[in-house]
Design a protein around this ligand. Sequence first.
Ligand code: PHE
Length: 375
Amino acid sequence: MKILSKFFLLCAILTLVSCNKGGDDKIMVGYFGSMTGAEATFGVSTRDGVLLAIEEWNKAGGVLGKQIEIKAYDNQGKPEEARLSVEKLINADNVIAVLGEVASTRSLAAAPVAQQNKVPMISPSSTNPLVTQKGDYIFRVCFIDPFQGEVMAKFAFNSLKKKKAAILRDSKSDYSMGLATYFEKTFTALGGEIVGDEKYVSGDVDFKAQLTNLKSKGPEFIFVPGYYTEVGLIARQAKEQGISVPLLGGDGWDSPELVSIGGKSMEGNFFSNHYTTEDPRPEVQNFIKNYEARFGSRPNALAASGYDAARVLFEAIKRANSVEGPKLRDAIAATKEFQGVTGIITLNEQRDATKSAVVLEVKDGQFKYLETVNP
Ligand code: PHE
């Protein structure tokens, strides 16, 4: 008897939960990001891009006749928290899809949860190739690091005419380790030489030992594929040690904090990114205008990627005419020539986007557009 009543209770709960999936009148989308901690601007900028997309769609009637709602969790930059966030989003909040993460290490930690539950996950800007290899429910709307590494290697060798590189990478970051390796591969294939290769760990604040070693090798530039907090400090300490060669890096530099932390030491350094505010395409300029009106600041590539990831999802819901995991998965996978702010998004067999990258220079505290590199 007892067992039977427990069984009925369980049935009642399950019915309630399944009814709640997506809500009756709402579509619930999950978001997870680092909104506090050393990479706080990544999570906040991306979330704001996602919010803008949701508000625009809702104003235009939502999707499938329902308003879109977001449930967001902060992971403080911790991979384990990222995984737990996605567990909560799926099991407690019944989201129909998850948007996130920015940092590849955190996307890698969370992706298996989405995959096991057959809930699509779209990373706006994780570039390590392994992220989408976690399974067929895992997507991204950005390019991957074998390409990004090649972009900066070619820029250094062909545009800057530099032959001797040093590398300073973050051994705790899948993004940093991968990007350094891909950069090295192309740079040496072009005929360049890696004269020094040093490591640090995310959270470090003193880079003097590594910089002393690298300086003694006489590089013509230092490739630092890290995130903005450490990069800003590295730039300062490099200057303090009399290192005058430029620093080069990747998308992980993109933050308003880069220049606040690095100050004048960031001037004349270069990095690759997903978008530039100088892109004259109307969809880009409209996005900038609307974002500024809503949040009072200029959107960076994180915000633009969040905006694109959210809109790719909403378009897919519309095409699928469903929020069921497998149907939605297939519709996302079929994304073709989506007019994104970060470029035109077509998802390939690996569920990655093949898109161009831009190279930017830090000049007068701004990120100045230099060139576009096509895949
Ligand atoms: N591409 C980085 C990673 O995979 C994250 C990032 C994207 C950071 C865009 C800044 C801007 O870890």
